[in-house]
Ligand binder design. Sequence first.
Ligand SMILES: *[C@@H]1O[C@H](CO)[C@@H](O)[C@H](O)[C@H]1NC(C)=O
Ligand SMILES: *[C@@H]1O[C@H](CO)[C@@H](O)[C@H](O)[C@H]1NC(C)=O
Ligand SMILES: *[C@@H]1O[C@H](CO)[C@@H](O)[C@H](O)[C@H]1NC(C)=O
Ligand SMILES: [Zn+2]
Length: 524
Amino acid sequence: MAAGRSRVRGALWLAGLGLCASGVVLTIVVLARAYHREPPARGGRGLWARSEQARRLQPTFSPEERQELKELLQGAIRLQTVSFAPDDQNVTALAEFEPYIRKAFPAVFSAAFIQHEVIGEYSHLFSIKGSNPQLQPYMLIAHIDVVPASPEGWDVNDPFSAEERDGFIYGRGTLDNKNSVMGILQALEFLLRRNYRPQRSFYIGLGHDEEVGGKNGAKKIVAELESRGVQLSFLLDEGSFIYEGIITGIEKPVALIGITEKGAITANFTVKLAPGHSSAPPKRTSIGILSEALAKLEQNPMPNLFGHGPEIIMFEQLAPEFSFPLNIIMANLWLFGPLVGRFLERQPATNALVRTTTAITMFHAGVKSNVIPPSANATVNFRIHSAQTVDQVLEIIDETIDDKRVEIETGDAFDPLPISPWDDQTFGVQVFRQAILDVFPDVGSTAPGICVGNTDSRHYGSLTDAIYRFNPVIFGASDLPRFHGLNERISIEGYERQVKFLFELIQNSDFHQPVEPHIKLHEL
Ligand SMILES: *[C@@H]1O[C@H](CO)[C@@H](O)[C@H](O)[C@H]1NC(C)=O
Ligand SMILES: *[C@@H]1O[C@H](CO)[C@@H](O)[C@H](O)[C@H]1NC(C)=O
Ligand SMILES: *[C@@H]1O[C@H](CO)[C@@H](O)[C@H](O)[C@H]1NC(C)=O
Ligand SMILES: [Zn+2]
């Protein structure tokens, strides 16, 4: 160990990321000297019996199909399904979406075993009936709405033009999340045209208000499925990506699949005092008292909880991918955990992995330059680490501020999402691993990740405890700022692979009994 440590050159740090709906990113960047080493041995490829393998449809698309899938994605980007605020959406575009997908996916809309329903006016629920009712259904979800985009700063003229440039489609929604909306339906369309009939039933849910909370879309889809008594074997939503070149110290791309999301509290802090003239000021003003309270919150960050949440599983499973000596460090977090935790908190992006974060986002006070303000208020956004609850965080806030003059009012608050099962026996995990092997053979490891933002999937907890968040797209360092930002884009090849991944995933979900222990976790 000591020898290993002495060979670390340069700083080790992990600037984490993992994208979710709200566009927050959690990546792991480890800066250290890259050591070359042999790739880890991979487990067997064949998860499925030979007879089952023989029935599988190959994910090869004709040139016409490849042109078709690209143009259909472009058409979807051009519909400006923007969510401006919870009750302010472009309903014209949302309404145009239904005829658009009807025309784009005729086989999906005409199959006798597929039922399509519009939920909450603009969301869509597809129920695909499998031939074997014994198998528990699963569900794929995505969202139709996008965040706003104005043309300033984009390399293309219009963020809704879906312009093709250098092998990429540019436009709002190309990564978040029309790629999934269209990719899921496209994969199913191609399967149906090849006379595929699923054995296992599944659902497709396309929400229309994910970016503004999901109350009319996802929530209503869930209520509908609850009323039918549906329980799911797993649910797949958007979330993390396949990261390449983002995690320094890891050469190969690695797939991170979100198994939880952080919780959140939005709290308003208010100080009210009698107003007065600035010529005879009181000792303390509302602004002074509130500032002091906020300063205490910033100077006393919530505890570093590295090792108490699922981030530890993520690092342990990625351990073999790291170059020496980081692989040793990551594989021995029982020993190096505190050290790694300290490193992680140095960068904002990885700090978000190890603790409940505190962000003062608004401050209002003062009316006139010579009037003592009667009140001051501020809004603070906390993102709760998996090992804490809303109540625990509120208690710490109270203790930290320790000032009765500061009133606290909490608006939107929810606990971290439950941690989905992650082990070799979990059906969803097996299915994802196999589909990743099939379509992304370069991926070194598939590991669980943590989303620091939130997705529609958080509304689905009553239907399953196996909720996963993953966008099967390779994501590099330059893609980070594009998410909810300028020049959002997807490579045409990347979108084709996403369709292939979904094409394989739907087929993989039919098989219920893997014949051999699937891919072993890499061992050091
Ligand atoms: C709403 O969407 C329609 C159709 O896509 C588009 O023509 C219109 O400009 C959009 N309006 C706004 C305010 O985004
Ligand atoms: C916050 O303070 C501003 C300025 O004093 C005031 O206009 C506003 O009503 C206050 N908001 C709340 C929620 O107290
Ligand atoms: C907190 O303050 C913000 C901004 O002033 C306001 O929009 C929000 O409604 C307030 N929330 C609560 C719970 O008072
Ligand atoms: Zn999203």
